[in-house]
Ligand binder design. Structure first.
Ligand SMILES: [Zn+2]
Length: 105
């Protein structure tokens, strides 16, 4: 088992997990529910982590993750702001999560 990815954002961690599984790499998410341990753990240590089961997959997993992150930030771009309620939405949403307003452009 080798840790290949860690992020404070669980959404990103689960996305990495799904992306690796889609490539046939066995992996699991650790620390997902560790947020309650704040105080004893530093914030970094309580971040959720993706672990690859087979050590031989670690190098390819890390390469996939860096490629995926580049693509994610390039394609998905920035968050957008709802014209109706001014709520910030993740770029993957087509409508505002709060009021259902349409994404501009
Ligand atoms: Zn809205």
């Amino acid at each position: 088992m080798i840790k290949v990815y860690s992020n404070s954002d669980r959404f990103m961690v689960w996305n990495v997990h799904a992306a690796l599984e889609a490539r046939g790499i066995e992996c699991s998410v650790q620390n997902c529910f560790a947020a309650g341990g704040v105080g004893e753990l530093s914030p970094f240590e309580s971040w959720p982590e993706v672990w690859v089961h087979d050590n031989e997959d670690a190098a390819i997993a890390k390469r996939l993750i860096s490629e995926w992150q580049e693509g994610f930030y390039k394609q998905e771009g920035k968050e957008w702001v709802c014209a109706n309620c001014k709520e910030e939405n993740h770029s993957s949403f087509d409508v505002c999560w709060k009021c259902g307003g349409e994404k501009p452009y």
